[in-house]
Design a protein around this ligand. Structure first.
Ligand code: PBG
Length: 342
């Protein structure tokens, strides 16, 4: 069938849209790309100053609802977790590598960066996790497209930048990566590396045409990650990392393994929790992990009081004993308690 695919103008957006367009063409459809200009593309304000999620998605969604386009391709991590009336995520194709990537001068890895090194990132999640690593590096707020960001390392303005590996892979720029950052050190944004193909909910023909691109394992994983984010009542600008992975048990059954991070921008407080649960109810697994994080003080960690100091006594530390002993959440593999790192 004839399909109009709406896309943002950036190189990454058109590349991602092109991947979906090609997959649909392989299925015998005729796909036309329609360029849609979004608020997120025209503003020069820092991403976190835009006061809300979905700045990139809004115009594409309007074009869908107005019937100007038949489908839109989003980076799932940029898509607000709340459902949009009248629209359906018709497909979530196989996820690319979800990890963050370091591009540093002289081939340096995170561990090799000198104290005081300047790392560019506009993401509170990346800032919080870099701070939590205690490397003594400085983070510098940047935005702009991938080219602009990498250019700040090439020019010597910054020692390094952190970007999503998936975006670099789609742009054919993995050669410039100096370290694919282990999720044990930095958990990606919920949905990172995954694309979402959105269609009008009443458009049965297009829903059916697009649905074959869906990958159930990817959908399960990102559903858990986004349910976690929703339960935390956090958006894409929150210092929250999450990664769900499908793991196979000895008996061949499949489980969802989810890890999450919440931390303060200065690295003073961090929470890391993980859990596993049934793959057939991924939202419940994500919600359960979020509730554990909230019980352990995630809300306070995400929005510390105005003086910038995190809570003196996180809610789970009042007993004075081991606040996160195995007895409290025996089903969880726990790495770190809420802890003061100073
Ligand atoms: N917020 C911008 C954005 N949205 C999606 C990607 C990369 C592709 C992806 O994660 O799927 C990026 C760039 C980045 O974070 O480096």
């Amino acid at each position: 069938m004839q399909l109009r695919l709406g896309t943002r103008r950036s190189t990454l957006a058109t590349t991602q849209s092109g991947l979906v367009a090609d997959a649909l063409r392989d299925l015998g459809h005729e796909v036309t790309l329609v360029e849609v200009v979004t608020e997120g593309d025209v503003t020069m304000a820092a991403l976190t100053d835009l006061g809300g999620t979905g700045v990139f998605a809004g115009a594409l969604r309007k074009a869908l609802l107005d019937g100007e386009i038949d489908l839109a391709v989003h980076s799932l991590k940029d898509l607000p977790v709340a459902a949009t009336e009248g629209l359906t995520i018709a497909a979530i194709p196989v996820r690319a590598d979800a990890r963050d990537a370091l591009i540093a001068r002289d081939g340096l890895t995170l561990g090799e960066l000198p104290v005081g090194a300047r790392i560019g990132t506009g993401s509170p999640r990346r800032v919080a996790q870099l701070a939590a690593l205690g490397l003594g590096v400085e983070t510098v707020g940047i935005r702009g497209n991938v080219d602009t960001r990498i250019g700040k390392v090439t020019s010597g303005e910054l020692d390094a930048v952190v970007l999503a590996r998936a975006g670099l892979q789609r742009l054919g720029r993995t050669d410039e990566i100096t370290e694919a950052i282990d999720p044990l050190q930095m958990l990606p944004a919920p949905g990172q590396g995954a694309l979402a193909v959105e269609v009008r909910s009443d458009n049965d023909a297009v829903l059916a045409a697009v649905a074959v691109l869906d990958d159930p394992d990817t959908r399960a994983a990102v559903t858990a990650e986004r349910a976690l984010l929703a339960t935390l009542e956090a958006g894409c600008a929150a210092p929250v990392g999450a990664l769900a992975e499908v793991v196979e048990e000895a008996d061949g059954s499949l489980l969802l393994s989810v890890r999450a991070f919440v931390g303060t921008q200065d690295g003073t407080f961090e929470l890391r929790r993980s859990t596993t649960g049934p793959i057939d109810d991924p939202a419940a697994v994500g919600q359960q992990l979020a509730r554990t994080l909230l019980e352990d003080g995630a809300a306070e960690v995400m929005s510390p009081p105005p003086d910038g100091r995190p809570p003196a006594e996180p809610p789970d530390a009042t007993s004075g004993g081991a606040p996160n002993s195995d007895t409290e959440h025996p089903q969880l593999v726990q790495s770190d308690a809420v802890e003061q790192r100073s």
